[in-house]
Design a protein. Structure first.
Length: 420
């Protein structure tokens, strides 16, 4: 690994990409400590630390920027939410589906629409955070009142911060190494580790060592699940064109056990957080406050969270992988699955296999997301939340993806990579 890193830094083009990526990440971390004008960060820190599963998860993805109420307080979540919504809309709106099949031009339209949607989501979330300050303490707020000018400055600062994060993530994707949005989330989660480890060590060092040991086992389990796949064998018929023979070779269709990755966890968290956000605007509606309180934590929240993760795992997998289209492409190219008739039987066979392997992946996602929540509710230790299954899943996935890109860059230049 040391030789691979040395080789990567020895190549000028690759070295520039790595330095550019690290520079943007450093700039992102600086923005997470610049507070929004007119707000007391200490009050927000107390509110976030006591929010449990609601604002705590958003603060984790924002790298502590939310508890500092920095200009990057909303983090990358608005853009991720907009991207997921665009993927869902491609399955139900013909215009978006047509754009997805138009190649690079259509992708630019989808990306531009996602950007505008990100700003809209950032506007709603910034207004929601503004109501947190102005809501009375009995309703879970801070009871702080602002004049109109201060409210406008706070909202504009948060939206501008979200736009800057979106721009930086796209810069990393275009000019750096790895996926920019994923690396920004990775940096946010990792940045919380030193402070959390030191504070937990002072309180209970033995519990900290136990959590770290369990985290290593979770890392091994995540790596195992990330690499797990079911390979469906495919055979292509021989075709004679002139004097040449094409086809006749065998390959396979790789179906990942965890094809949805961390998307179901993020989407389930956003859906469960939505009633609490709406309740901030309508403090006088009693039944809405009861629903928000019911979904703010406790066993009901955990159970519903696990069920929604399993549901969105199946839902998202069905969106990103179309068995009918795959079977049609196989038939057009002369391919077939041994023992299965082409056409509709092939699509049904792929669907059955996909449904069977998605279940263990969905249960695994629900387990690594819910178990740390249960332990956190029982102990209240921030180390459990920082080293939770969701954090480890994101970090391992991003690290593996970035290493694969570095691997491909090194192999193109005839160097040994990380995976020998």
């Amino acid at each position: 690994m040391i030789d691979a890193i040395r080789n990567a830094l020895r190549i000028p083009d690759l070295r520039r990409k790595i330095i550019f990526t690290l520079s943007i990440i450093a700039l992102y971390r600086v923005g997470a400590h610049i507070p929004v004008p007119g707000v007391d960060p200490a009050s927000m820190k107390d509110l976030v630390s006591g929010a449990g599963s609601a604002l705590g998860l958003l603060n984790l993805f924002a790298g502590g920027a939310l508890e500092n109420f920095a200009i990057f307080a909303l983090g990358i979540m608005p853009y991720i939410t907009a991207t997921i919504i665009m993927q869902l809309l491609q399955a139900v709106i013909p215009t978006f589906e047509r754009w997805s099949k138009e190649g690079e031009a259509g992708q630019r339209k989808i990306t531009q629409t996602a950007r505008y949607m990100t700003l809209g989501i950032a506007l709603m979330e910034s207004l929601g955070l503004l109501t947190v300050f102005q809501a009375p303490a009995t309703s879970g707020g801070l009871g702080v009142q602002f004049n109109l000018l201060t409210e406008i400055v706070i909202v504009i600062s948060l939206i501008s911060g979200t736009a800057a994060i979106m721009w930086m993530g796209e810069l990393i994707t275009q000019r750096g190494i790895g996926n920019g949005m994923s690396l920004l989330i990775f940096a946010s989660i990792v940045s919380r580790f030193p402070q959390t480890i030191v504070s937990s060590f002072r309180v209970n060092p033995w519990f900290m060592l136990l959590v770290l040991a369990i985290s290593l086992l979770v890392v091994a389990a995540v790596v195992f699940m990330e690499g797990g796949q079911r390979r469906i064998p495919v055979q292509y018929a021989k075709r004679v064109v002139g004097r040449r023979v094409y086809g006749g070779m065998g390959t396979y269709i790789p179906l990942k056990v965890n094809g949805a990755n961390v998307i179901p966890i993020i989407f389930a968290s956003s859906v469960l957080l939505f009633p609490s956000t709406i309740a901030r605007f309508f403090t006088s509606v009693e039944w809405l406050q009861q629903v928000a309180a019911w979904l703010s934590g406790g066993w009901a929240y955990i159970l519903l969270f696990a069920v929604m993760i399993v549901f969105f795992s199946y839902f998202y997998t069905a969106l990103v992988f179309n068995p009918i289209e795959t079977a049609d492409n196989l038939r057009k190219n002369g391919g077939f699955i041994p023992g299965v008739r082409p056409g509709n039987p092939t699509a049904q066979y792929i669907t059955n296999v996909l449904n069977r392997i998605t279940l263990p992946g969905a249960v695994f996602l629900a387990a690594i997301a819910v178990v740390p929540q249960i332990i956190f509710q029982q102990t209240g230790d921030q180390l459990v939340q920082a080293f939770g299954g969701t954090s480890i899943l994101i970090m391992v996935g991003v690290a593996l993806e970035t290493m694969r890109q570095l691997e491909s860059q090194l192999q193109m230049r005839h160097y040994d990579g990380f995976f020998k």
